[in-house]
Design a protein around this ligand. Structure first.
Ligand code: CP
Ligand code: NVA
Length: 294
């Protein structure tokens, strides 16, 4: 079966734990990597901006001997008249995997149905699974096994928080969201959500936030979000050992104060680096049918 990496739930707990373990190992091998992707190509298609996702996938492929081809969706026939079905079939004849940053999750899922090669979700409006794998890798590096840890989220309900909700039962950690009440209806079923920021932060191991204005939401009012800013007062409610995380890019200094973002507790650049190590492990799993073995 073709190994798509679109939804964490579909990949399954057992496989996700293996991918995470491989990510830890691949990071340890960072200066002497085996060329496991030799002769393989990854196509990357974007309909939104990206720094980390694009660079980390490109470097992950190239450091391990593979190739990449990058296109914006509006340069492709897919952005014009060509169907998703035709595009999936055609790309399958050229490359070994496709990584897509695509606004519409349904369109990505449809494309995967017509693709004989793995489709990897580089973020949609509703999910960001590669980010959460890198985040779990970071939490484990800093704090040990994620099992039983309290991860507290502040601000918007978005693609990143949705995927944390999906990951929590799979990796057995507590995920609590503190968000304005008017947004609670947008949280996925089963989310542990409150409007009480202090309650969410209390004794947390990890304090995490993301921009209040995701790409495509420019011009949105920020008024309801200020009580959820991650600042020193909020960090003081978490454990002394708590770390601060943000997938980046930050909107300086809205969702997080400068003081917290630049504090010792902040692991945001290790988190960004870990996108690279996580991508290698995700690619290795997806490309196993193409002969990759680690
Ligand atoms: N965190 C993240 O996905 O960053 P980019 O938008 O720069 O890829
Ligand atoms: N929620 C943000 C994440 C960016 C990596 C967005 O969708 O713009």
């Amino acid at each position: 079966m073709t190994r798509h990496f679109i939804n964490l739930k579909d990949v399954g707990a057992e496989t996700l734990h293996i991918i995470l373990k491989n990510a830890h190992n691949l990071k340890a091998e960072k200066f002497n990597p085996t060329q496991i992707f030799e002769g393989l190509s990854l196509a990357m298609v974007f309909d939104k901006r990206s720094t980390r996702t694009r660079m980390s996938f490109e470097v992950a492929m190239k450091q391990l001997g593979g190739h990449t081809i990058v296109m914006n969706m509006d340069e492709m026939q897919l952005g014009g008249a060509e169907s998703v079905e035709s595009t999936g079939n055609v790309l399958s004849r050229y490359v070994d995997a496709i990584m897509l940053r695509m606004t519409d999750q349904k369109m990505m899922e449809e494309l995967s149905q017509h693709s004989r090669i793995p489709v990897i979700n580089g973020m949609t409006n509703t999910s960001h699974p590669c980010q959460i794998m890198a985040d779990i890798l970071t939490i484990e590096e800093k704090l040990g096994d994620i099992k039983g840890k309290k991860v507290a989220w502040f601000g918007d309900v978005n693609n990143v928080s949705n995927t944390f909700v999906e990951a929590a039962p799979i990796f057995d950690f507590e995920f609590i969201m503190a968000c304005p009440e008017e947004l609670h209806g947008y949280a996925p079923a089963g989310a542990n959500i409150t409007d009480d920021a202090a309650k969410a932060a209390n004794s947390a191991d990890v304090i995490v936030t993301d921009t209040w204005v995701s790409m495509g939401q420019e011009g949105k009012s920020l008024d309801i979000f200020w009580p959820y800013q991650v600042n020193s007062d909020l960090m003081a409610k978490a454990k002394d050992s708590a770390i601060f995380m943000h997938c980046l890019p930050m909107h300086e200094w809205e969702e997080v104060s400068e003081e917290v973002a630049k504090s010792k507790a902040s692991v945001i650049y290790d988190e960004a680096e870990n996108r690279l190590h996580a991508q290698k492990a995700i690619l290795a799993w997806c490309l196993e049918n193409a002969g990759v073995a680690i």
